[in-house]
Ligand binder design. Structure first.
Ligand SMILES: O=P(O)(O)OC[C@H]1O[C@](O)(COP(=O)(O)O)[C@@H](O)[C@@H]1O
Ligand SMILES: [Mg+2]
Ligand SMILES: [Mg+2]
Length: 330
């Protein structure tokens, strides 16, 4: 079998920005290093929680911090970035002067997504997004990061599951690479991933049902009514509590994923983070033929107001997301 490695893929890809080759290579290396940490599990004694809370008010896991540090260190050396921002850091990280000479980009990431699963040996991942730095090599300010998702030049995730995968887009479709543990190469195994237009599988945290708004209540009630209800088909449900794993499932076999704003999260704006989770995932989903909305508008069109902004997320199979929109308009 002819194998295309990530390095070969990047050599032959028509890159709008030549620097993408180096940036994606560095991201892949960092994800491999995080995969090792996750994979060694309890052998390293790093599966626990810390005393500290992150800026989101969530208790950090040891591996949240380890992954964050690895991602920072391994991506700054290429000299591509002016700054980085992460779910685990209050403020943006200014790249040290010695690495910043050519830094024309910004890197945003969720170093360990689904980290509540990490000590359960369930799937976790890393989500990343690259933006241009509007002021070239100057010091980035928070406002430089506040660009809509439609301005991303690269987005993707690593999934640390039964195999380690890197799935990414540079605006030319979505491509998935599986880590070959023998050679250490990411190998193209999922070229041009496409989300099925229709589906009958939904993912939502049902435990929050009593706090949902009426449109979400109605849509899920109709899904549950199945072939005896207005939608005329039976639905299946999944909830991994790891967005990377949910989006990966949708890329492989279709479906929808929802994290609505509800009575408990309204003040915060929702649960998921726009810059580190929703934007990169929304671009991947759209590039694979699906849709991603906050219930009112395309996620990629949202003008961010803050680095750690939260947002409602509805994404996945095109027909199902369009159907859901009719519930919001009703
Ligand atoms: O606690 P819940 O409601 O199951 O939330 C699960 C959601 O939270 C997240 O785990 C948030 O990610 P982090 O682990 O990076 O904080 C998403 O991946 C997932 O969709
Ligand atoms: Mg996350
Ligand atoms: Mg996280």
């Amino acid at each position: 079998m002819n194998k295309t490695t990530l390095a070969e893929f990047l050599t032959h890809a028509e890159l709008a920005e030549p620097a993408l080759r180096g940036m994606i290579t560095d991201i892949a290396q960092a994800c491999k290093a995080i995969a090792v940490q996750v994979n060694k599990g309890s052998l390293l004694g790093t599966m626990g929680s810390l005393e500290a809370q992150n800026v989101q008010g969530e208790t950090q896991k040891q591996l949240d911090v380890i992954s964050n540090d690895l991602f920072l260190q391994m991506n700054q050396q290429g000299g591509h970035y002016a700054g980085m921002a992460s779910e685990e850091m209050d403020e943006p990280y200014l790249i040290p002067e010695r690495y910043r000479q050519h830094g024309r980009y910004l890197l945003l990431f969720d170093p360990l997504d689904g980290s509540s699963n990490v000590n359960l040996n369930l799937s976790v991942g890393t989500i990343f997004s690259i933006l241009r730095c509007p002021h070239g090599i100057s010091e980035p300010l928070v406002m430089d990061f506040l660009q809509p998702g439609s301005a991303q030049v690269c987005a993707g995730y690593a999934l640390y599951g039964s195999s380690t995968m890197l799935v990414l887009t540079i605006g030319q479709g979505v491509h998935g690479f599986t880590l070959d543990q023998d050679s250490g190469d990411f190998v193209l195994t999922h070229a041009t991933m496409q989300i099925a237009a229709s589906s009958n599988e939904f993912a939502i945290n049902m435990a929050r049902q009593r706090w949902w708004d009426a449109p979400v209540q109605r849509y899920i009630a109709d899904c549950q009514a199945g072939s005896e209800g207005p939608l005329g088909k039976d639905y299946n449900m999944r909830w991994v509590a790891s967005m990377v794993a949910e989006v990966h499932r949708i890329l492989i076999r279709g479906g929808v994923f929802m994290y609505p704003v509800d009575a408990r999260t309204r003040e915060a704006g929702g649960r998921l983070r726009l810059m580190y989770e929703a934007n990169p995932m929304a671009w991947l989903v759209e590039q694979a033929g699906g849709l991603a909305s906050d219930g009112q508008q395309r996620i990629l069109d949202i003008t961010p107001q803050g680095l750690h902004q939260r947002v409602a997320v509805y994404l996945g199979s095109r027909e199902e997301i369009q159907r859901m929109a009719t519930y919001f308009k009703a």
